[in-house]
Design a protein. Structure first.
Length: 370
């Protein structure tokens, strides 16, 4: 059990920190934030197959304090969950199958993740039964979710949270390689799939975004984007989402960081990489960039002010030995030159979008004594 100390607790972290500078958006210092400010944390994708508490003494020791006091912590659940009492049949038989048990949701909830996208290329790894089971097990734990459903209408429907009088919505979809059988329909559970050539799906999703806009203060749009379409198409969709009412667009898919764009008053995160990465591949299979990520901390208040901070994370690729697969793939705050390199890379990736990311210090005292 983690003690609830964090950004407002008596805790110090020496981390690299950057501020995203927005023209046309008010930037507020957290010390000046009103009681109406809510703290949103966006994470990389959670490809989690094991509860780390079974194998590690204090997993995510430097990261959990940055999550535990946030109002909303969001990730993408990059696995299919089979309830303990079920026998689920895998739809694939290779090292890229990622199915697991509900205990991983217990762990995610314990570190304050309370908003999940369920739409991705592993949503169908346990087939139809896995879609239903993942929804049911996520719902049992009180974690809000979007992107899959027991019908297409359910999969399109926004998830809603209300925090300190402010309402937040999530609309989620997948644009990646999935079996045609994985698509939600009027009669079948499945994934909210958005493909480049599908104009009807484009319009359906815009309608869902506009519905969310009409009911909430903040709208987040999530897209799992991988191996389908082009980067230009992804940008077109992200901008369309903002134009139709989204405040924030966030994406995962390719397991590495992509750039950040400010557009029409909104924020676009083209790829936040990994948060937890339980790959079964050998050490050295992926480049170092796959094991680097950021935690995005966003302060939102009722006057539409945003302050964005990035905290660099490095994910443990692991060492061969007992329980190798169970112990690898967890993040920690990246320090020193390693952290600075991650932030410099994010800054470089964001330059084509005209985004100014400022690294504010090599050692930043992150936390309040109040």
């Amino acid at each position: 059990m983690f003690q609830r100390i964090g950004l407002r607790g008596q805790l110090f972290f020496f981390v690299l920190l950057v501020d995203l500078v927005f023209s046309g958006l008010q930037i507020v210092d957290s010390s000046e934030a009103s009681e109406e400010t809510i703290e949103l944390v966006l994470l990389g994708q959670s490809l989690i197959e094991h509860d780390p508490r079974q194998y590690l003494e204090n997993p995510l020791e430097t990261v959990v304090p940055l999550l535990i006091d946030a109002d909303i912590v969001m990730s993408n659940l990059e696995v299919s969950v089979c309830a303990t009492e079920l026998r689920c049949e895998p739809t694939r038989n290779d090292i890229f199958f990622h199915g697991t048990k509900p205990e991983v949701l217990d762990y995610l909830k314990s570190i304050n993740i309370n908003l999940l996208s369920l739409s991705n290329n592993h949503s169908w790894d346990y087939g139809l039964q896995g879609i239903i089971s993942t929804i049911d097990e996520t719902r049992k734990r009180g974690i809000k979710h979007a992107g899959t459903g027991k019908t297409l209408a359910d999969a399109l429907a926004p998830a809603y949270l209300e925090i300190q009088g402010q309402k937040v919505a999530l609309v989620a979809m997948a644009s990646c390689k999935l079996s045609p059988d994985a698509a939600a329909s009027t009669e079948q559970p499945g994934v909210n799939i958005l493909l480049p050539e599908d104009d009807e799906a484009w319009q359906r999703n815009l309608t869902s975004i506009r519905e969310a806009r009409s009911k909430t203060d903040w709208v987040i749009v999530y897209q799992h984007f991988q191996s389908i379409g082009t980067k230009q198409w992804q940008q077109s969709w992200a901008r369309a989402a903002i134009d139709n009412g989204a405040d924030i667009y966030v994406s995962h898919g390719e397991p590495a960081l992509s750039g950040v764009e400010k557009y029409n008053g909104g924020l676009i995160f083209y790829g936040l990489g990994n948060f937890i990465f339980h790959t079964r591949t050998n050490i050295g299979n992926y480049t170092s960039e796959v094991w680097e990520s950021v935690l995005v901390n966003i302060s939102l208040d009722s006057s539409n002010a945003k302050k964005v901070r990035f905290i660099p994370l490095v994910i443990d690729e692991g060492e061969n030995g007992p329980n190798f697969l169970q112990k690898r793939g967890y993040p920690k705050v990246a320090q020193g030159l390693q952290g600075k390199a991650i932030l410099n890379n994010l800054s470089k990736l964001s330059l084509p979008f005209g985004t100014d990311i400022r690294i504010t210090g090599e050692q930043f005292l992150y936390g309040d004594l109040n």
